[in-house]
Design a binder for this molecule. Structure first.
Ligand SMILES: [Zn+2]
Length: 438
């Protein structure tokens, strides 16, 4: 059966922003203004694009664009619901091995990790796409093609990223681009909401952490550079009591009324715009009938901010509001001995982080876009890069080119149009620029 979007919500899943629609930072507009003379970094990126091996890679990515699209479509037809990415991971690892990627392994969490070693010692850059989708088991993931358009759940988010990583790895290896250091290529698990960034938490919480100097996630379509990671705290909140008959047992604290008090307080929280802070009660449920005092009321709350400090502050005010609601509802019925309890379950915590736009990785990403003659805005979103950003490891999320529509919906589409190949070209140029190819 084809599940509906309502069914996803009923299953307790919630849509998470991958590469999102948040506002572009104005700084990027200035960065894109036509400069009179290229900066030294821009000039070096222009030169890198003309290096014979890079030029050969560019040409192959364009002429063999069908290969990239075939990877994107075929990987997308292997279902990868949250926590069930194994089949797609096994296939992705197989494709890395076939390309000649070295030391390909699947870690305990389920991430596929392989290595491409440079000619000389240098920094280590991780380039990742995420394997998981938001779609549950049983979703029809067959890919339909209409001209340059591919239509299937997950085709852009993030089968595009997975295909770009494969295409970049293929060209770096076959063209023998001379770079320094190590390129780690990754298909990671757990990017979407339910996964709560578990793939990246495993990588950056384990022994690899100290060896990764830079991180790029390819997620989303178009040419954006995400250098701000929106943090989010998500909770499922329960108010519980004995419940009873609405007439016969009247006079005891009502969990639903307590939750109503809490929601009124949440609705009145102050939210700043700089840094941006948001709060939302997204789902409420509970109760058994109109003439029963409910024994339980449940709500799901999402808090987000661009900075860790602002997120912690709104979180503290939320927790106080939740507790105060219990106190007030109990005070309303001072003669009742009935219990009223509050249970807060954590659904997901995503740390906030920022890679400043003065860093080498951001400037190289923008300089690469300039060389490619594409417009790349700086954006803020919630992606795998949140984890390294929070650890102050230089990290960005780059879009994979093309035009995407309807991420997280069953009619998601990816349109390659006439120049989708520029996505992998850009990513390759940025990666090689960061790894010192000259
Ligand atoms: Zn994504």
């Amino acid at each position: 059966m084809r599940p509906t979007r309502t069914a996803f919500n009923a299953g307790g899943m919630f849509p998470a922003l991958c590469v999102s629609l948040l506002a572009a930072a104005p700084a990027s507009v200035a960065a894109q203004a036509t400069p009179a003379k290229p900066t030294p970094l821009e000039a070096s990126m222009d030169k890198l694009a003309k290096h014979p091996t890079v030029a050969a890679a560019f040409s192959a990515l364009q002429s063999d664009n069908a290969w990239t699209l075939d990877q994107q479509a075929s990987i997308c037809q292997i279902p990868a619901p949250p926590f069930k990415e194994q089949a797609r991971a096994a296939e992705y690892a197989k494709r890395f091995r076939e390309l000649g990627v070295q030391n390909v392994r699947i870690d305990k969490e389920g991430n596929v990790i392989g290595e491409i070693r440079g000619a000389k010692p240098g920094p280590t850059l991780m380039l990742a796409g995420h394997l998981d989708t938001v779609f549950p088991e049983g979703t029809d993931v067959r890919v339909k093609r209409e001209g340059t358009k591919l239509i299937a759940p997950g085709i852009g988010d993030d089968c595009r990223g997975l295909a770009v990583v494969l295409s970049v790895a293929r060209q770096v290896i076959t063209q023998k681009i001379p770079f320094s250091g190590k390129l780690l290529v990754v298909g990671n698990v757990g990017e979407e909401g339910p996964g709560n960034l578990r793939g990246m938490r495993a990588i950056f919480g384990g022994p690899m952490r100290d060896s990764i100097d830079m991180f790029i996630s390819v997620d989303g379509t178009g040419f954006g550079v995400t250098n701000g990671g929106v943090g989010s705290n998500r909770y499922r909140v329960h108010y519980k009591g004995p419940g009873g008959h609405s007439y016969g047992a009247f006079g005891m604290p009502n969990p639903m009324h307590a939750m109503g008090r809490a929601i009124a307080k949440i609705a009145d929280l102050e939210a700043t715009t700089t840094p941006k802070v948001t709060f939302n009660v997204g789902i409420v449920s509970g109760g058994t009938s109109v003439n029963s005092i409910p024994f339980e009321a449940i709500m799901e709350v999402d808090l987000r901010s661009e900075t860790a400090a602002a997120l912690a502050e709104i979180d503290a005010r939320l927790q106080k509001a939740l507790r105060d609601a219990v106190t007030e509802e109990k005070a309303r019925w001072p003669k009742s001995n009935a219990a009223l309890t509050l249970v807060v379950d954590t659904m997901g915590l995503r740390p906030a982080g920022t890679t400043p736009d003065t860093t080498f990785i951001v400037r190289t990403s923008l300089a690469g876009a300039r060389t490619m003659n594409v417009y790349a805005p700086l954006t803020i979103s919630s992606t795998d890069a949140n984890i390294p950003m929070n650890l102050r490891i230089p990290a960005v999320t780059l879009d994979g080119g093309g035009v995407g529509r309807g991420a997280h919906s069953l009619d998601e589409s990816y349109d390659d149009r006439t120049d989708g190949y520029k996505g992998p070209q850009w990513v390759l140029l940025v990666v090689m620029g960061l790894l010192g190819a000259k």
